[in-house]
Ligand binder design. Sequence first.
Ligand code: HEC
Length: 150
Amino acid sequence: MKKMMMGLVGVMAFVWCVQAEAAEVTWQKDIKPIFDKQCAGCHGADSPEFEEFNKDKKKWADQSTGMRMNSFSLLISYVGWPESGALMRRLDDGSSKADKKAGNMYENLGATAAERKANLEIFKAWVGNWNLKRWKDVTKDELNSLKIKY
Ligand code: HEC
């Protein structure tokens, strides 16, 4: 009986692992398709690098052009470093913010409230630790608990 129980626990652990893997949110599988549809128009290949954008923010913003984020490497620089928490601050629906105001990129997450909410959940699952802090405040433990899987 004890052996059978052990076997059962083993099988359950195995099933759980397989499920967890299948459900894991990745940039390739989940984030890139949303990004290409909702963000690439302003943050795509034709957009300037962050430092280039910063030289003349107004000029770019007036043309509805943001900074380039259209690769895994570029996008995670707005999550961990150097633009720590920027993605989270901009996409948040207000519920994680002290002033309860949604970030100004939240509206770009979808055409309807339902789509925005669903896409925000996917971004949250991808980031893992939805932390809005900037580099000067974020701790190493908080950075360590980011998921941001490729
Ligand atoms: C209509 C154009 C447009 C769309 C669509 C758009 N953005 Fe932006 N985004 C901008 C512009 C312009 C800026 C710079 C001005 C500002 O800071 O608000 C910006 C700034 C940002 C920033 C701030 C980066 C920093 O370091 O401060 C983030 C993060 C961001 N966008 C993410 C996104 C994501 C993710 C999406 C898709 C869900 C998206 N944006 C869709 C135009 C856009």
